[in-house]
Write a protein that binds this ligand. Sequence first.
Ligand code: GLY
Length: 254
Amino acid sequence: MPTALTRALSPLLGECELTHLQRTVIDIEKAQKQHKEYENALEKMGYTIRRVAETPHLPDGVFVEDAAVVFPEVGIITRPGAESRRTETESVGAVLSEYRDLQTITAPGMLDGGDVLTLGKEVFVGLSKRTNREAVQQFADILEPFGYTVTGVPVTKCLHLKTAIAVIDEDLLLINPEWIDESLFPGYRCEYVSENEPYGANVIRKKNMALCPKAFTNTAEWLHKKGYEVLAIDQSELAKAEAGLTCCSILIED
Ligand code: GLY
């Protein structure tokens, strides 16, 4: 049964890591409501929500995507790039071990799950402020025996690789061409986000449904025209923490 791992957001979310955004006040109560709306939408898409242990002392703990990456054959516990986020992985690993055998990224490797884009047996890993070459090599060592290829791709203009690119269909990617070079993904059709929705390339698509932030009306319209039922949710407070939709869950498909 498809499962989405999530975590309650910390009351300290306003003290989160920020890389490309200026800090603005986050309304915690509103953010909690938006997070619940996010979980409800994932349930509508067919996922069972499983919350990992709360970590109220960790401002970015709600962004569980960065703590682990799941493949059908193995789960990989990361070593997040931001020092303040390193201990988020323990509680995620405790739950994920019920679903997968686990491997772990070790120092000097560092990697955020938001930098990992999986396209079938091809895995692209963003080389960003949060993810380094040592971790990409460790990823390759873990995944190549299962038949995957692992390729590092530069990410300099946004936080994570998946800030700038989303898998819409087997061969269709939605990208922000200002932030990521489409020639890094040969063999895939790339369509561009609307210029005034630079963060629009972070949506979650499952079967005929697509989850999209309410603020990105052009992206929602584009998804609708592609034939998807669009679930539009307000993520304004979580966006202030430099988070996209994928950041708040780890999706386990079976
Ligand atoms: N605030 C999300 C992150 O920087 O990891």
